[in-house]
Every structure is written in structure tokens, then in C-alpha cells.
Design a binder for this molecule. Structure first.
Ligand SMILES: CC(C)(COP(=O)(O)OP(=O)(O)OC[C@H]1O[C@@H](n2cnc3c(N)ncnc32)[C@H](O)[C@@H]1OP(=O)(O)O)[C@@H](O)C(=O)NCCC(=O)NCCS
Length: 392
């Protein structure tokens, strides 16, 4: 028979500890006593929570896990994004008495590294604070700690930086608010560093937009091309791009949206991670985990009732990691219009039964396009190594 405490833990695991909407308020009482390595002062007016930062906690439940009991990378992103959305939305409605409410909509997530695994039964503690405000955008910095409830130990598992653009919605349209309230910086240097990050992401976005227009077609679907992938026995070659390419189709439900009827960025990222995970699993056939995600730009909103089409393919393998490209289109079947929403490169790692990193079977390249993508993937891989080393 299950003991009382186990039963209680199970009950807790089966639901959110604190819904994110109520969470900021409920956490407020404990905020004043907490100090964080980010150096952010969490003391503030009105019930001790500063308007410039919040903390959201969630107990990781069994339905957040992959088959090996680690929390899905996509779930982690969703939790982080929800915290960011609360803070950005709160900030841009700060002086909004009587006007139409604005919602912080996720426009960009900078490259995110998964530093350590997060396990079921641990508490995901997300701390977010405002980094910079431009005229129309808000930068939110996030830190996620995994807390062991029994021992009280904590480890940093993720750092993320997100850009939100506050929008006003209604009558079927979305428009950017005229001006985001500016934040106060601790020093001129801090403001200058924020401005540099803002200008850097603007430049990076321009390059990415060019790339997004060029990617197609994603899938090898015609029979003649598929012949190139067949072995002498007529089977599709196991480690080919064709064999692991995967897709996922999702119809947008109210639970995917904020109450203005637009999909939350975290929901889309979770679906993207799911499709990337399927590609990695089909290629490696082991327990695979997300190691990092390159910057994602969300070019177009996705609405309630739209159908999201996600497609993923392997682009590059190093000896112990693989890169997967995920492309997201959303379709309004009423008007028959389809929009490319975003794309991203995921890096996955394969683990053995003891959780140790395993070698990845090399990707077999069959076409010139695949060879080109592999070379481009190798450059990105080397660039990621370089930026990780320079961050240390
Ligand atoms: C974000 C969005 C509202 C911007 O709309 P837009 O018409 O392209 O806006 P503009 O070009 O006029 O730019 C408005 C502001 O947004 C910022 N912005 C636009 N795209 C951005 C991005 N990818 N990353 C960061 N900031 C971005 C611009 O820098 C500008 O701010 P600034 O004037 O202070 O520099 C639009 O691209 C969009 O709706 N994207 C989807 C958002 C979404 O639904 N997210 C959830 C994903 S499912």
C-alpha cells in the first residue's frame, strides 16, 4: 500500500503546485528573504515583490518527463517563457490605466544551453528580471534552478534571454504598442550593455530572415528522390536524413493560448523540441536529450483555430552531438493561408543507460543539398563551441 507521504507527493506531482497566474503573488511572501546569484535586488514595493523581477515555481510531474525520467527540454522552455510573459506583460501595462491591455508576445529567444538535467520530483524555480527596454521591445533574462525538495540543494540548469514585443489585440488584428515604459538602470554601463545586446540581436535577425526565406522544400517526398536513399535490399538507409525526418501536426486549442486567442511562444517551442527529439530518437535509438537551441525568431503569430505544421530533419552530426533543423508553418484552413512562423536549430546528445554521453552514428549524406546543409551545420557547431568557450 502506498504511504501517506508518497500519496501526497504523487498528488502534488499530478498538478501544478502553483498556477503561474497566481504564482507570482503566492511567492511574494517568500521573495524578500531570497537572494540570487544574479545579483538582482528582489525587494520591492507592494507586498515585497519588485515589478522588475519575479519567481515562478513548478513541481516537475511525471507528464513532464521523457522516457528516461528527465524533464523534456520543451517543458523547461515553456516554464521559462511563461515567467517571461508574466513579467513583460506586467511591465508594459504599468502605466496603462484605462487603455486596452497589452500582452508581451515572444518575439525572440537567444541561444539557450541546457546546462544540467532537471528531474521529475524536483522544483523548477524560474527567476526572471528585466534586462533592457527599447521603444517597442522588452528583454527578459531568465535563470532556472532545479531544487531538490528533500535536501534543499539547488543547481542552475538553464539561462535564457528573451525579447518580448508588447501588442494590443482585438478585431482580428495585432498591433505593437506605441511605447514600452523605460526601465531604470543601475548604471550607465548597464544600460550601454543592454543597448549592445539589443543592436546585436537586430543584426542577427536580418541574417536569419534571409535564411528563413530560402529553406525549402523540407521533406524528401517524391518517389524518384527516395530511390537515392535505398540500400541494395530496397530499405531506406538507416542513418540517412530521409529515415529520421519527422513531422508533427497540432491544432491550436484554447489551452495553448493566452486569453487574447494567440498561441504562447512556450507552447510552440515545446512542440518544436518534441519534433526535434523524435528525429534524434529515430536516428540514435537511445535516450536523447536537448543540449542547446540556437536563437529563435517568431515572425508571425499563431491564432486559436490554426493548424501548426512542424517538420524536423537532421542536418549535421559531430562525434557526440547532432543538429536538427525544425521549421514551423501555421495554416488557417478557413482562408487557406499558410505562414512560416519560425525555424530553429536544436542540438541533441545521446545518453546510455547510465546517463553517460554516447557516440552518435554519423549522418549518411545522399544529396548535394544534404552535403551543403552538413557543411553549414559544421560551421554552426564550431561557432557554438567557440561561444561556449568564450563565455567560460
Ligand atoms: C513580434 C512582432 C509583433 C513584431 O511585429 P513587426 O510588425 O515585425 O514589428 P516591427 O518590425 O514594427 O518591430 C516592432 C518592434 O519589435 C521588435 N522586434 C520585431 N521582431 C523581433 C524579434 N524577432 N526579436 C526581437 N525584437 C523584435 C523590433 O525591434 C521593434 O522594436 P524597436 O522599435 O524598439 O526596435 C511580430 O513579428 C509577431 O507577431 N511575431 C509573432 C509573435 C508571437 O506570436 N509569438 C509567439 C510565438 S507562437
Amino acid at each position: 500500500m502506498m504511504s501517506r507521504s508518497l500519496l501526497r507527493l504523487r498528488q502534488l506531482c499530478l498538478r501544478w503546485v502553483l498556477g503561474t497566474r497566481g504564482c507570482a503573488k503566492k511567492m511574494a511572501a517568500t521573495m524578500a528573504t531570497k537572494s540570487f546569484t544574479t545579483g538582482v535586488d528582489l525587494k520591492g514595493e507592494e507586498g515585497s515583490i519588485s515589478r522588475g523581477s519575479i519567481e515562478v515555481c513548478r513541481l516537475m510531474a511525471p507528464d513532464d518527463a521523457n522516457i528516461a525520467g528527465n524533464v523534456h527540454g520543451g517543458t523547461t522552455l515553456k516554464v521559462i517563457e511563461e515567467a517571461g510573459l508574466i513579467l513583460a506583460t506586467r511591465h508594459c501595462n504599468k502605466n496603462n490605466a484605462g487603455n486596452r491591455p497589452a500582452y508581451g508576445t515572444l518575439a525572440r529567444v537567444e541561444r539557450t544551453d541546457f546546462l544540467q538535467p532537471l528531474y521529475i520530483g524536483e522544483v523548477a524555480e524560474v527567476h526572471v528580471h528585466l534586462g533592457y527596454t527599447s521603444k517597442h521591445s522588452v528583454e527578459v533574462m531568465a535563470f532556472l534552478w532545479a531544487e531538490n525538495l528533500i535536501t534543499g540543494s539547488r543547481r542552475l540548469t538553464n539561462r535564457a534571454s528573451m525579447w518580448y514585443v508588447p501588442v494590443i489585440t482585438g478585431s482580428g488584428e495585432m498591433r505593437v504598442i506605441p511605447e514600452v515604459p523605460a526601465i531604470e538602470y543601475a548604471s550607465q554601463e548597464e544600460e550601454e550593455r543592454g543597448r549592445e545586446r539589443y543592436l546585436r540581436q537586430k543584426r542577427a535577425r536580418q541574417d536569419k530572415e534571409e535564411h528563413l526565406k530560402k529553406i525549402q522544400p523540407l521533406f524528401v517526398t517524391d518517389k524518384a528522390s527516395q530511390m537515392e536513399y535505398r540500400t541494395s535490399t530496397g530499405d531506406v538507409s538507416h542513418y540517412s536524413v530521409l529515415n529520421s525526418q519527422s513531422s508533427l501536426i497540432h491544432s491550436v486549442q484554447p489551452s495553448d493560448c493566452i486569453d487574447n486567442g494567440y498561441v504562447l511562444g512556450g507552447v510552440t517551442m515545446k512542440l518544436m523540441d518534441e519534433v526535434a527529439g523524435i528525429v534524434a530518437f529515430r536516428h540514435c535509438r537511445t535516450n536523447v536529450v536537448t543540449a542547446s537551441i540556437d536563437a529563435i525568431d517568431f515572425h508571425a503569430p499563431v491564432k486559436l483555430g490554426h493548424v501548426i505544421h512542424l517538420a524536423g530533419r537532421a542536418t549535421f552530426t559531430s562525434s557526440r552531438s547532432m543538429e536538427i533543423e525544425v521549421i514551423v508553418d501555421s495554416k488557417d484552413y478557413v482562408s487557406d493561408k499558410s505562414v512560416r512562423t519560425c525555424s530553429a536549430f536544436f542540438t541533441y546528445v545521446s545518453l546510455d543507460a547510465d546517463g553517460q554521453v554516447k557516440d552518435i552514428p554519423p549522418l549518411e549524406l545522399h544529396t548535394d543539398e544534404e552535403r551543403k546543409r552538413f557543411e553549414a551545420g559544421k560551421k554552426r557547431y564550431l561557432h557554438r563551441i567557440e561561444s561556449r568557450t568564450s563565455c567560460r
